[in-house]
Design a protein around this ligand. Structure first.
Ligand code: SAH
Ligand code: SF4
Length: 357
């Protein structure tokens, strides 16, 4: 197996080509073939000299994770489960009237164990490579075909499985490829990293590749956030808010998005809204309320719709731009890590049966 070109950003690819005795500008040409045209066969890259094509075929490959399942919900949401060797991760395409958003994963599993999260319950398997991260976008673009406007990927959000800021060494080259005009050419405002709040990594992202930032808040006080998200004990709210303020100095958008999952009787009372308003007043932000997606074994319930609406109205009355995330096709049975989780459970069961036999 050669070097997987899917994970090389422009500098890395130029370096790789230099090693083959090629001029760095060939990187642009090669990137267009691979990322824009979705070509994985070097022989088909007709504007490259034949000897170079042959050398590339020996030294490199273009390999995205293998597709395990591919399903489309009635509302057009399409979900792929991708094999990354020891386990599976998911990527989801969400078509909307004015944009198409691809949600991708950064790790197989997650080590942060937030109590409301199906991915967290699976534990941590490993970091995805840059090629596996970009491979999700590469594959989705090919599978959707860009011929119809409603299938164009205009936005990418890193809100699938895993904590992207605990895998920055691989996430950064992937982000640079998303932004590169010779690859996916997305604007910084249309690429969003979602984090549970890894403070030093927020600073590193700000320095190295500032894109839109979403922060999973989910609780307005340290006491409650400590319970829901153990990472809060390491990076409490005061430090997290300060990191958000620093990030805004370099961010492509003039606000941070705070995600807030609505858990019945846990974080959805008027007192929580008041605390959240006070917290949010310190930093330019928008709040996105996420109806909780239940999963087998979950210890929480989704807040009733009316409670979510009232909570949103309280925030809006205080002048905070607040949206409620629409529940999409797959939310009913397979949201945020659950599809992969079901597969993992099934594998474990199969293993048990095999051992018992
Ligand atoms: N690890 C990152 C990104 C992946 S999770 C993070 O935590 O931000 C993407 C979003 O889905 C996060 O806001 C996360 O808190 C939320 N989420 C996790 N489990 C959920 C569930 N069961 N229902 C609704 N949202 C959930
Ligand atoms: Fe990991 Fe994000 Fe899930 Fe928390 S919510 S366990 S950080 S994937």
């Amino acid at each position: 197996m050669g070097v997987n070109l899917l994970g090389l950003d422009r500098d890395a690819l130029a370096g790789f080509l230099a090693g083959l005795g090629e001029k760095p500008f060939r990187a642009r040409q090669l990137m267009r073939w691979v990322h824009q045209l979705g070509v994985d066969d070097f022989a088909a890259m007709t504007d490259l000299a034949k000897p170079l094509r042959a050398r590339l075929a020996e030294a490199a490959d273009v390999t995205a994770p293998r597709v395990v399942s591919d399903a489309t919900a009635p509302d057009g949401t399409r979900k792929w489960l991708l094999d990354v060797g020891s386990s599976a991760v998911e990527a989801v395409f969400i078509p909307e009237a004015s944009r198409g958003t691809l949600c991708i994963s950064s790790q197989a599993g997650c080590m942060l164990d937030c109590r409301f999260c199906a991915t967290g319950k699976q534990g941590f398997n490993r970091n995805l490579t840059a090629a596996e991260i970009v491979g999700q976008l590469w594959h989705a673009r090919r599978a959707l075909g860009a011929s119809r406007a409603d299938r164009v990927i205009s936005n990418v959000v890193m809100m699938g499985m895993g904590e992207p800021l605990l895998n920055l060494d691989n996430v950064l080259p992937a982000l640079r490829l998303m932004l590169d005009d010779n690859a996916y050419g997305l604007s910084r405002r249309r690429v969003t990293v979602s984090t549970s709040g890894i403070v030093p990594a927020i600073d590193r992202l700000r320095e190295e590749c500032p894109v839109a930032l979403a922060v999973s808040l989910h609780a307005p006080s340290d006491a409650l956030r400590d319970v829901l998200m153990p990472i809060n004990r390491k990076y409490p709210l005061r430090e997290l808010m300060a990191a958000c303020a620093r990030y805004l100095e370099r961010a492509p958008r003039d606000s941070i998005t705070f995600e807030y999952v609505m858990l019945d009787g846990v974080n959805d009372a008027p007192a929580h809204a008041r605390e959240l308003i006070a917290l949010a007043s310190g930093v330019s932000c928008k709040i996105n309320l996420i109806p909780f997606n239940p999963f087998p074994g979950a210890e929480y319930r989704r807040s009733p719709e009316a409670a979510i609406r009232r909570f949103a109205e309280r925030l809006q009355a205080a002048g905070i731009i607040t949206t409620i995330r629409k529940t999409r096709g797959f939310d009913i049975d397979a949201a945020c890590g659950q599809l992969a989780g079901q597969i993992a459970d099934r594998t474990r069961r199969t293993l048990k049966i095999a051992r018992a036999a």
